[in-house]
Design a protein around this ligand. Structure first.
Ligand code: F6P
Length: 342
């Protein structure tokens, strides 16, 4: 078969490991030929691609980012007939199937294409770990490790100055990175969008940690808004999909904490640092297994589906199970964390 592969949406450690595993599996088991579209759907729209012979994917599993590039382009943008355009591109180059590696937006587009008769399978990715229908996404483990390393460093400088350190991590509208890195680093308060604390509740924990002689560490997910936030507390610009472009809630919180508790406070926004660098061993293995499974799915002609992690098994599920179904932090996980605060 001739298979087109693309990476779309925000980049994420492990994308190259998926590409490598797909090409290796296709080459060894089925004598497939691969092309890689550059910058996600943009490469399909603009007919911009590269061949992916086996020699091109050598040593890639440990390399961060994506050799194909990525973008948030969407073939259905502005009412375009995306399916007709993708079909034309595939016919012209005799592509039998597309493997789309991406998050919610990418998989939504993949499903629209599938419904229009295009043979496509999905591979879930996101550092946020917020996709439904898969237990974990690759990229998340690496992001949590990077965040934890950074929080450990912040604790050291915080301890020296007896300051409260407020650290903001990624996650859009879910608190997975905040919860895991905050637990790992022994944060005194973790603020996540699913269970918003009030400013008073945050300050109470900061004060309690400080009074015990600790330099309080507050970990805040970028999409968090305090329950009692005054109107206009955070005012985000929207991206091209109408979603808020987060960033800066730690900078808004730190001065309020300082003012209410009297504890000198500093804010750090970790931002895109969390998406760069080499994937962790866990993410390399998960991404590799998903990449291989995606090729097997193509050969079973099980289109409109996505490979996923269930427990320790790789399974496949309809794309529709993954989209518009964000995986949020559960109440049980939140309760667990709450006992560690203060
Ligand atoms: O969805 C992944 C993510 O890293 C979010 O955590 C973050 O809000 C967003 O992407 C940032 O997007 P961009 O790279 O377009 O600024």
């Amino acid at each position: 078969m001739k298979i087109g592969i693309l990476t779309s949406g925000g980049d994420c450690p492990g994308l190259n490991a998926v590409i490598r595993a797909a090409v290796l599996t296709g080459d060894k088991l089925y004598e497939d030929e691969f092309i890689g579209y550059r910058d996600g759907w943009r490469g399909v729209i603009d007919d911009d691609w590269m061949t992916l012979p086996r020699r091109r994917i050598r040593g890639l599993s440990r390399v961060g980012g994506t050799i194909l590039g990525t973008s948030r382009s969407n073939p259905f943008h502005d009412g375009e007939d995306g399916a007709a355009m993708v079909r034309r591109q595939m016919e012209e180059h005799e592509i039998d199937a597309i493997i789309a590696i991406g998050g919610d937006g990418t998989l939504y587009t993949a499903n629209r294409l599938f419904e229009a008769g295009i043979p496509v399978v999905g591979v879930p990715k996101t550092v946020d770990n917020d996709l439904g229908a898969t237990d974990y996404t690759f990229g998340f483990d690496t992001a949590v490790q990077i965040a934890t390393d950074s929080l450990d460093r912040l604790r050291i400088t915080g301890d020296s100055h007896h300051r409260c350190m407020v650290a903001e991590v990624m996650g859009r509208s879910v608190g997975w990175i905040a919860l895991h890195s905050g637990m790992a680093a022994g944060a005194h308060v973790i603020c996540i969008p699913e269970f918003p604390l009030t400013i008073d509740e945050i300050c109470e924990q900061v004060r309690s940690a400080y009074d015990r002689g600790r330099a309080p560490l507050v970990v805040v997910a970028e999409g968090f808004v305090p329950k009692d936030a005054p109107e206009g507390f955070m005012d985000y610009e929207l991206d091209e999909f109408g979603r808020p472009r987060f960033g800066g809630v730690a900078e808004a919180l730190a001065p309020v904490i300082e003012q209410r508790t009297g504890v000198e406070s500093r804010a750090t926004v970790l931002g895109h640092i969390q998406r760069g660098g080499e994937p962790s061993a866990y993410d390399r293995v998960l991404a590799t297994r998903l990449g291989s499974a995606a090729v097997r799915l193509v050969h079973r002609r099980d289109f409109g589906r996505m490979v996923a992690l269930e427990g320790t098994d790789i399974v496949d599920v309809p794309l529709t199970d993954a989209i518009g179904n964000p995986k949020k932090v559960s109440e049980a996980r939140w309760e667990e964390a709450l006992t560690l605060f203060g």
